[in-house]
Design a protein around this ligand. Structure first.
Ligand code: UD1
Length: 357
């Protein structure tokens, strides 16, 4: 059996790693790893392969950044050639990035069965490029692996056959559970007891400089009472660089390079709170019991609000200081158990694949 895994951007790597190793443990499938190269910086890509113990990709398309249409088209052209050459029995795609939808469309045109890992998530916000990617990928997928029941409900409402949908749990939590003991915060922050960890990269927050500036100003205010650690995504870095904003002279405000998986997880584990617009971090903070403030109008991961530690503030950035004040003196809640977020989601995927193909 020949299986191709397609990854392209940072949030794919921690999802594909446990699935790859679970399949390797119970089958002798020939697994092939394709990296589209959507993310290409050392700190956005290479470091993850090492830390997550992933094999070096068998193929790297080195696509890089471009407009959405051009990026998706370039991946499709290269992936189509490869699929025709390799003729796999199954392709696995992950998450909701442009690489995911590009590979999905190639497979369905060529009648190659493909599975979507992290299917069924919906923000119901079609202004988000990821929502478009999720809708198309799920409509086309032959097998859909969902992380939580809301994913199944969404897919059924969209007319996806029940027999294709499998509730397996959260593969990203598999990686977190496996590597948590190895995760340590960067040395320079090791003595910090209280701090707020920040990530921001959504176009809706960072592409419009007025929004970004307003968030940063609230963060600077907070940094008078608690240190802020902000690993800056390249997209956000470009916007900050293009606009002159003096935030470097505050000793409590740490704007740093993107971190690898283990250092970031090390910081997240003991953070007083996390402020983010990422999807995956909402899930990781919930699992770790770390209060999370999501700077978005909506989330495709509602379980992190109903059962977890997550709160949405949309564009009400002025709520950031109150949130930090409210969590600064509370005892950290214990880890939260969400059904099937148990470190074994990838094993369930491997078993299903073994029986289906
Ligand atoms: C992509 C995903 C998003 C995911 C995010 C995680 C899509 C539509 N979006 O967004 O869902 O949450 O990755 O990081 O697929 N850049 C670099 N180096 C890199 C990668 C990007 O400098 O290694 C720069 C690019 O030049 C570009 C910007 O960052 O200007 C955005 O990169 P892109 O891959 O287009 O989208 P992300 O915002 O990273």
């Amino acid at each position: 059996m020949k299986l191709i895994h397609v990854v392209g951007a940072r949030p794919n790597f921690m999802k594909a790693a446990p699935v790859w190793s679970a399949i390797a443990k119970i089958t002798d499938f020939n697994q092939i790893l394709v990296h589209t190269g959507q993310h290409y910086d050392k700190l956005m890509s290479d470091i993850f392969f090492k830390e997550l113990q992933m094999p070096i990709p068998d193929y790297n398309f080195n696509i890089g950044s471009d407009t959405h249409a051009r990026q998706i088209a370039a991946i499709m052209i290269k992936f189509e050639e490869l699929v025709v050459e390799l003729n796999p029995d199954m392709v696995l795609v992950y998450g909701d990035v442009n690489s995911t939808v590009a590979a999905a469309m190639v497979c369905s045109k060529l009648l190659i069965p493909f599975a979507h890992v992290e299917a069924g998530l919906r923000s119901f916000d079609r202004k988000m490029p990821e929502e478009i990617n999720r809708l198309i990928t799920d409509q086309l997928a032959d097998l859909l692996f969902t992380p939580s029941q809301d994913g199944n409900d969404n897919l059924l409402k969209e007319g996806i056959l029940k027999s294709k949908i499998h509730l397996v749990g959260n593969v990203m939590i598999d990686t977190l559970a496996k590597l948590s003991a190895k995760a340590n915060k960067p040395k320079r922050f090791k003595d910090l007891k209280q701090y707020v960890l920040v990530t921001l990269h959504r176009p809706s927050n960072v592409d419009d400089f007025e929004s970004l500036k307003s968030i940063l100003q609230y963060l600077i205010t907070i940094s008078n009472s608690i240190p802020i650690i902000f690993p800056v995504h390249p997209r956000t870095k470009k916007i900050i660089a293009a606009n002159i904003l003096d935030i470097t002279n505050n000793v409590n405000f740490h704007l740093i390079e993107p971190l690898g998986y283990l250092e970031f997880l090390g910081l997240m584990k003991t953070a007083t709170a996390v402020i983010t617009d990422s999807g995956g971090i909402q899930e990781e903070t919930t699992y770790l019991g770390v209060p999370c403030l999501t700077v978005r109008e909506n989330t495709e991961r509602p379980i992190t609000i109903s059962l977890g530690t997550n709160q949405l503030i949309g564009k009400d950035y002025y709520k950031i200081p109150d949130f930090i004040n409210s969590v600064m003196n509370i005892k950290k809640p214990s880890n939260i158990l969400i059904p099937l977020w148990d470190g074994k989601a990838s094993n369930r995927i491997a078993e299903i694949l073994l029986n289906k193909i």
